[in-house]
Design a protein around this ligand. Structure first.
Ligand code: RNT
Ligand code: ZN
Length: 418
């Protein structure tokens, strides 16, 4: 696309938006300030580097067998660096504990140390990325159906120790990058069939979490993620939404909202304004559930748009952290990163271009026809000209141009992987 065309289209869009009181330059400036936390696990179908040869457990699943999956730390890094070439702005990378560099040592999950992430910390610094972190309860011989809520003291202690150590890793990341690392705790604990001791496992989970969070840290922040159900764990989830709303609000912890972890017609966007009244911050896992928590690639759809609009309408860009969480093994994985991240950014771009002042005036005056009409018209305002300009200024491909870049990398790199 010729830069002159993009500039011309932008000039027109700027005037069009100015007429309804929206400053497009300010919107771009705001978007530039928003880092999206890219999840490292799209690169290799949530495999990690423990090389135990085990499969993905914990009620989550990747489907598809697209060639070119990253097989080691070098390949994960190269693929993420490649994806970032097509994504405007500076971002974060969200690691899971199983992506530590353990070398030839046999380091079990209750032995992980910050040194296993020294390579990541150095690499992230070189690439201008900040790191976030996750403990990993799944894909391990001790995962079973219950980890932090396990009645067996030995297994529960193992996972408590793991999660405590993960917080120490996150602390080190945060210290090294001069910005808190956000550490997410999601455990798969649940059961397949009718459960009679529901309260008991929740008591255990509450106690485990309290013990995990005993130590105060300065350079990391904790967040807790709920879920409706997992595969093979359909009837009961220990860490349900109600559990974590109670836990997070009573303990002052950040709550993670994964857009795939609610009932299909439930609005995740609508949760923000309630949660933000009671919790310090919110972490998002933006995903795309198709019929269930399928973790399809995030796209620009009504759900993503509503979520981003709600962040802006709540004036909460500083308090809501946007992370991605999907894993599609059926398509080019680098392309999956680019499409998903750009979709989140495009949605946020539209949210930042909303004629909010005028909409609020209409609402306050009870002029609901006018509010509805302006909301409808705003949908077809030339937001894409502003988005194109944003990409041009950031030095990344405009529009569909990135497809060719991803194809080239596939030809030269990922298709050659065995
Ligand atoms: C699972 C949760 C969780 C995971 C990652 C891998 O349903 O969404 O966030 O996707 O921890
Ligand atoms: Zn998630």
């Amino acid at each position: 696309m010729k830069p002159e065309f993009i500039e011309k289209a932008y000039e027109i869009a700027r005037e069009r938006y100015a007429a309804i009181g929206v400053d497009t330059d300010a919107a771009m400036e705001q978007l530039r300030g928003v880092a999206i936390s890219l999840h490292c696990w799209q690169a290799d179908d949530v495999a990690g580097f423990e090389n135990r040869g085990g499969s993905l457990t914990g009620g989550i699943q990747t489907t598809g067998n697209y060639p070119g999956r990253a097989r080691n730390v070098e390949e994960v890094r190269a693929d993420i660096a490649e994806a970032l070439r097509y994504i405007p702005g500076s971002h974060r990378l969200n690691l899971h504990e199983i992506y530590g560099e353990f070398g030839d040592e046999r380091i079990d999950r209750d032995q992980v140390e910050p040194r296993h992430f020294a390579g990541w910390i150095a690499w992230a610094k070189e690439h201008g990325l900040k790191l976030d972190f996750n403990s990993t309860s799944f894909s391990h011989p001790k995962s079973g159906d219950l980890s932090l809520a396990n009645p067996d003291p030995a297994i529960r202690e193992f996972w408590i120790e793991h999660t405590r150590r993960c917080r120490a890793v996150a602390e080190e990341m945060g210290r090294a990058q001069g910005d808190p690392s956000i550490m997410n705790v999601w455990v798969h604990d649940g059961s397949k069939d009718i459960t009679v001791n529901r309260m008991y496992y929740r008591e255990l989970l509450m106690d485990s979490l309290d013990r995990i969070f005993e130590k105060e840290y300065e350079h990391m922040k904790d967040c807790v993620e709920s879920k409706v159900f997992g595969i093979g764990l359909e009837s009961y989830t220990v860490g349900s939404n109600d559990f974590y709303i109670g836990y997070g609000t009573s303990r002052g912890k950040i709550i993670t909202l994964d857009t795939g972890h609610f009932h299909p017609t439930e609005s995740v966007a609508d949760k923000l304004s309630s949660l933000l009244l009671y919790t310090p911050e919110v972490m998002l896992h933006v995903s795309r559930p198709v019929r269930w928590d399928s973790d399809h690639v995030t796209i620009l759809n009504d759900e993503t748009l509503d979520l981003m609009k709600e962040i802006v309408r709540c004036d909460a860009l500083e308090r809501v952290h946007i992370g991605l969480d999907y894993f599609d093994a059926s398509i080019n994985r680098i392309g999956a990163y680019v499409v998903g991240t750009r979709a989140a950014q495009k949605s946020l771009m539209q949210a930042l271009l909303e004629p909010l002042a005028q909409l609020r005036r209409y609402e306050a005056e009870g002029r609901y026809f006018e509010r509805l009409a302006l909301l409808e018209e705003a949908k077809s305002l030339p937001w894409n000209a502003v988005w194109d300009m944003f990409c041009l200024r950031a030095g990344v491909p405009v529009g569909e141009e990135f497809i060719a870049g991803v194809q080239r990398y596939e030809r030269e790199v990922t298709s050659k992987r065995g």
